[in-house]
Design a binder for this molecule. Structure first.
Ligand SMILES: CC(C)(COP(=O)(O)OP(=O)(O)OC[C@H]1O[C@@H](n2cnc3c(N)ncnc32)[C@H](O)[C@@H]1OP(=O)(O)O)[C@@H](O)C(=O)NCCC(=O)NCCS
Length: 167
């Protein structure tokens, strides 16, 4: 499908009617087969919860009236510091590489600055090259990798027996 590269990207606050389409777009983007050890789990509660907590930090982008992307964030205050945290950012594959994410982040950051944020935080899987490149280009740095461990309980000597017993 061809899209006019000049078609305007319109960013606005997320509304009640956007919750379901945003959730479904996230389902396409945050699949566990792409990043099997995904530590953050996408679900409808993520959209509803963040929207309830901080509607000002939930934005959608539209191109020609179609949902092009979304950003869901929150503000964290610790001691005297205020951090803006980007929890989820997603762009419809049809509209990627057209500065949709760029505009969503710019608008969210400017809202957060107004509310006192002086630092921004974001996290993603280290293998998520598009996201790592995107955020680096936006000026994020000071990358820390942390260890995420997992365990298949069924294959564990002790816990596996507990599971067998449950059955
Ligand atoms: C990461 C993501 C949000 C970027 O959205 P986007 O609207 O395509 O990004 P932009 O068009 O604003 O990109 C700006 C720059 O970011 C970098 N970038 C974006 N996508 C990239 C990719 N697939 N590969 C390499 N660099 C990429 C490039 O430097 C790009 O500039 P360029 O197009 O001039 O090369 C999008 O790929 C996405 O939704 N991914 C799946 C969900 C996800 O991983 N979200 C982030 C973690 S919550």
């Amino acid at each position: 499908m061809h899209f006019d590269q000049n078609e305007a990207v319109y960013v606005r606050g997320l509304g009640i009617d956007d919750i379901a389409p945003v959730y479904h777009l996230g389902e396409e983007l945050f699949t566990s087969d792409r990043y099997p050890y995904l530590y953050k789990i996408w679900g409808d509660w993520e959209v509803i919860g963040l929207y309830n907590a901080d509607p000002d930090y939930c934005l959608v982008a539209e191109i020609d009236g179609k949902l092009a992307g979304f950003i869901l964030g929150t503000i964290i205050t610790k001691a005297s510091w205020t951090y803006g945290y980007i929890r989820w950012l997603g762009v419809n594959p049809q509209f990627q590489r057209r500065r949709v994410a760029d505009k969503l982040v710019d608008q969210l950051v400017s809202r957060m600055i107004e509310d006192g944020a002086r630092f921004m935080l974001v996290d993603t899987d280290p293998n998520n090259t598009p996201a790592v490149k995107f955020f680096t280009r936006k000026g994020f740095g000071n990358l820390h990798q942390y260890v995420f461990l997992s365990m298949n309980l069924s294959k564990h000597e002790h816990y596996g027996r507990l599971i067998d017993y449950e059955h």
